[in-house]
Design a protein around this ligand. Sequence first.
Ligand code: NDP
Length: 246
Amino acid sequence: MNISTQRVAIVTGASRGIGAAIAARLARDNHAVVVNYAGNATAAEKVVHEIEAGGGRAIAVQADVADPAAVARLFAATEAAFGGIDVLINNAGILMLSPLQNSSDDLFDRQIAVNLKGTFNTLREAATRLRDGGRIINLSSSLVGTKLETYGVYAATKAAVETLTAILSKELRGRKITVNAVAPGPTSTELFLNGKSDELVARLAKMNPLERLGTPEDIAAAVAFLVGPDGAWVNGQVLRANGGMI
Ligand code: NDP
């Protein structure tokens, strides 16, 4: 760990699942990490302690990404703790399944609020507050490609996130900041597993030719590539990390 060369990363929704794996991976790759969470302080503190036990630096910061004022506080807390921000990982997200004809206003509004408005809120802050040479990664979903039944509103929020990704990459011209998206396929987290039968999980795991679910660490590795020096020439793109499902 070399603090003089350490970069500073905010990972939204890093208390569990893919976000927790990204936070751990970026800490190993010499980043000071802000572990953002919505409500699960105990889980977020556990991620922080594991990073510190490995010799890294991290803090947990509560903020609902759907709330612009909370997002501004998240960025201010990061600057106060670590002196600046180089990397934003927009990972916080929720999934609510339903055929369109049965989808409630609440299902629509909540997924738009967290997945789309939440990403917008953090991107808007990052556009003015990230240091030159920074990196932004938005979590999309391979469902934008597979377009499976019952995922309509969720997939639509992620399609919008992919569009924001490409446009912001152009708007940041001259700042040496890249903006990309990583689009996982089925990955073994609570978001994916909740409410699904073992049979359905097994069927979805076989949709890719490697015939397994992704792990949070698989996705963290794809994110780490784009954040690290080897990913420097990739900009405005969507990297589907799904074992070849689509
Ligand atoms: P999990 O449900 O396992 O974890 C979600 C994380 O997001 C938690 O840390 C949670 O915090 C946080 N969170 C939820 N709502 C908010 C909010 N409003 N503000 C701040 N944080 C919030 O999800 P995954 O790890 O599976 O998903 C991570 C990302 O990857 C999501 O964007 C998801 O859409 C995407 N993705 C996941 C796939 C999968 O198969 N798992 C496939 C494709 C994409 P807390 O613990 O406090 O509730």
